[in-house]
Design a protein. Structure first.
Length: 300
């Protein structure tokens, strides 16, 4: 039996990129990841080698016929352009969320991947955490009355990471995955430049017209945490469930999923549902940004 191998390259070696290199070099035994072979990494900085992985130029990565897939771990702002280059070169792509900073670009890239018959996989490790899997079980089958998801974190450079609705799309992904399709009813944003503080507040309605609120708040020294308050007809859920950490790292779980797609082991239904969710969240992120950037309406 011939083992199908996919040559891969990691583009960008920040925290995620380094985790990707580590996981590609140490795949889980007898997992789909054993079909991925790291052939190098691309970075604007000069490293030479990282462990056994060698640095190669972007041109080489795009031209090399032995490289079948790219793991894109660059800053958000450059995702779109990098995905486009690798798809045009006929490579499969795994990219960290958000895949692009506009809905239009995301739809175009997805179409391009489909035309070229390539896998475009967007990492969403926030759906793979044990606390989230537990939360999803607890929410299942309950009737929502109203809910809030409040995220706090340290300051992001928006020039690199994009508008908060895009950089924080992991929270939006949680809400859509838990409660189904949402409509934005309003969104505002407060910024204190001198304090480097930003707070975005988004109001949604579920398909059953129930209100959900998402707050994305960032400032110097703010602890990274998520607070929830989901009220159901049966009572309220005010804390994230305690859950033991999985023995398999989140990036490794994501890498296994990507490899499964390359091997054709993910059902059409799952792929279609995932495509809908990813593009829907990016569409909503854009609507939110438009609401927040609308000039104040002046009533005379």
């Amino acid at each position: 039996q011939i083992i199908k191998m996919f040559g891969t390259v990691v583009v960008g070696v920040g925290i995620a990129g380094l985790a990707r290199i580590r996981d590609l070099m140490n795949p889980m035994p007898s997992s789909p990841s054993e079909h991925l072979k790291l052939l190098g990494f691309v970075s604007r900085r000069s490293f030479g080698n990282i462990n056994e992985a060698k640095q190669i130029s972007l041109e080489d990565a795009l031209r090399n016929k032995d490289i079948h897939a790219a793991f894109i771990s660059t800053e958000n702002r450059s995702h779109e352009e990098t995905i486009r280059m690798f798809l045009e070169a006929g490579k499969h792509v795994l990219v960290e969320y958000p895949m692009a900073l506009s809905a239009k670009a995301a739809h175009e890239l997805w179409e391009m991947a489909e035309q070229k018959d390539k896998v475009l996989h967007v990492e969403h490790i926030e759906l793979l955490t044990e606390e989230y899997k537990q939360l999803k079980k607890e929410v299942a089958g309950k009737d929502l009355v109203k809910g809030t998801l409040h995220f706090t974190g340290s300051v992001l450079d928006e020039n690199k990471s994009g508008f908060p609705a895009f950089s924080g799309i992991a929270r939006l992904t949680w809400l859509i995955d838990l409660f189904g399709d949402l409509t934005v009813t309003s969104a505002t944003r407060e910024k204190q430049k001198d304090k480097n503080y930003s707070r975005m507040t988004v109001h949604f309605q579920t398909a059953n017209k129930k209100p959900l609120t998402w707050i994305e708040e960032r400032g110097p020294g703010m602890r990274r945490e998520k607070k929830i308050n989901f009220c159901f007809t049966s009572g309220c859920l005010e804390n994230l469930p305690e859950a033991p950490r999985s023995s398999v790292g989140l990036f490794m779980q994501d890498q296994n999923l990507f490899a499964k797609k390359l091997l054709g082991q993910v059902s059409k239904e799952e792929l279609a549902a995932e495509k809908w969710r990813i593009l829907r969240c990016l569409d909503l992120a854009e609507v939110i940004q438009q609401y927040c950037e609308e000039p104040e309406k002046i009533y005379s």
